[in-house]
Design a binder for this molecule. Structure first.
Ligand code: ZN
Length: 461
């Protein structure tokens, strides 16, 4: 025992290497193979066939409007939940009149939850919004097929929920995954804001992905990037906005911790950034040829999505979006002008692309849900001046090892790694200066799968 304890203290840089790829995982790969473009396309066409899914459209009409749409989504999810651990529910609240809502409106979020290990507080969320709009954001009657924005994200959520439910039957999850089809996005992120309020109470939200406009790899000018997906991941921008608005630690419980991390050299290492890095690596490993373009911004310029209410609560939240948006095919009335076709129609969506996006979500979420959570109390011990770096962390229950990561301050991804055993609580990196590198620690699971990285701020006396 004494030897084991001593040996990790003298971990030499000779053992360090670029971070290994996530381990091969047959169950995960088999799950991804089952993602069906045919089913995705059929569901996109079905959602478009409700005519409009405007948030203030009919809740009671049997075939047209948002009520018919969410009842269908709920029924589909219930059908694939049968015989699996997936739990389907609707959560409703009434939104008071506001900027984009004339009268009190019921918002219905449809949730499908795959519970994690008993006692685990860890939660991951995958979102898509099923409401739609046309050229007039207040038009509750006119056609608004919303095939790309955001039936594409909604069907990705449905497909992922159904397939993850089967996978979880074979291998139970450590973290809970919540698959959510939400409403009210176009009227001010109303459904997602409610969900953020509901999940804010628990401390365990580890990552939120919204899938919004993930339907096509084609741009209006003929651009075509079928193997590329944008990932907007930045926790710093929302933090700075909160501070500029005068938020403080009393009114915002997570603000202080985030501020401290950012001020301790971790501006690019807040939990949202770590979640983004994980997703990029998981997709690289499990969805071969599909590339996640990691963008260190909270969203597209001056635009928003359903991850923002989570970010504003200091939770890690990111957005997947297609590589080129075609503005003729979103938020438009269906029409032809000068020979150009406008409208968000199913024929402009590429189901094979939506399938890859669905695989990207499943790869990122399942790999994380099957891994341990991030270690707490991670730090660089900076009590003494040294050109070596000593890191320390608190143990993670059930971890079968730890991985220390480091990278140059300007690098987007981790560049070096050192794996240590389950007893390790500390690592000494000889000749690796804490002045020149950024550090983090991950916990490893029994199959070598890594959980989220936790940034190591320097701690002096
Ligand atoms: Zn949208």
């Amino acid at each position: 025992m004494r030897l084991t304890l001593l040996s990790f203290l003298f971990a030499a840089t000779a053992q360090a290497a670029p971070p290994p790829a996530p381990p091969a995982d047959t169950l995960l790969s088999q799950t991804l193979e089952q993602v069906s473009p045919t089913r995705l396309q059929a569901r996109i066409e079905r959602l478009a066939a409700f005519g409009t899914r405007h948030t203030t459209s009919s809740q009671s009409h049997p075939t047209r409007g948002i009520g018919a749409a969410w009842r269908w989504i709920e029924a589909e999810l219930r059908a694939c939940a049968a015989g699996t651990p997936l739990q389907v529910e609707t959560r409703r609240h009434t939104e008071p009149p506001g900027r984009r809502i004339a009268a009190p409106t019921e918002i219905v979020n449809v949730l499908a939850t795959l519970p994690g290990r008993a006692g685990s507080q860890r939660v991951l969320l995958m979102l898509g919004h099923y409401d739609s709009r046309n050229g007039d954001v207040m038009d509750a009657e006119g056609e608004a097929p919303g095939a790309n924005d955001d039936a594409s994200g909604t069907v990705a959520v449905m497909e992922a929920a159904c397939l993850a439910a089967q996978a979880a039957k074979t291998r139970p999850l450590d973290a809970t995954i919540v698959f959510a089809a939400v409403a009210g996005e176009e009227q001010g992120l109303l459904g997602a804001a409610q969900l953020a309020r509901e999940f804010d109470a628990g401390a365990g939200v580890e990552g939120v992905i919204t899938n919004d406009i993930v339907g096509s790899p084609r741009g209006a000018l003929g651009e075509h990037a079928p193997h590329s997906l944008r990932l907007f991941a930045d926790g710093l921008d929302p933090l700075l906005r909160l501070l500029l608005r005068g938020a403080n630690a009393e009114t915002h419980p997570r603000l202080k911790a985030q501020q401290e991390l950012a001020a301790a050299g971790g501006a690019e290492d807040l939990p949202t950034a770590q979640f983004g890095r994980h997703l990029q690596r998981a997709v690289e490993a499990y969805v071969p040829g599909f590339q996640v373009n990691l963008i260190q911004r909270r969203d597209r310029t001056l635009r928003g999505g359903d991850h923002l209410p989570f970010l504003e609560r200091g939770l890690a939240a990111v957005r997947f979006s297609e590589p080129f948006e075609n503005y003729a095919h979103q938020h438009q009335n269906i029409r032809v002008e000068n020979g150009q076709r406008f409208g968000d129609l199913p024929e402009f969506v590429d189901p094979a692309y939506v399938a890859r996006v669905t695989q990207a979500n499943l790869a990122g979420l399942l790999s994380l849900a099957w891994a341990p959570g991030p270690p707490a109390e991670v730090r660089v011990d900076a009590r003494e001046l040294s050109n070596d770096t000593r890191l320390q962390w608190a143990p993670v229950a059930g971890a079968s090892g730890y991985r220390v990561l480091w990278r140059r301050s300007e690098a987007a991804q981790w560049q070096q790694a050192l794996d240590l055993g389950p007893q390790a609580r500390e690592a000494l990196l000889k000749g690796v200066s804490r002045d020149d590198w950024v550090f983090a620690v991950q916990a490893l699971g029994t199959r070598g799968q890594a959980g989220l990285a936790a940034y190591a701020p320097p701690k002096g006396n």
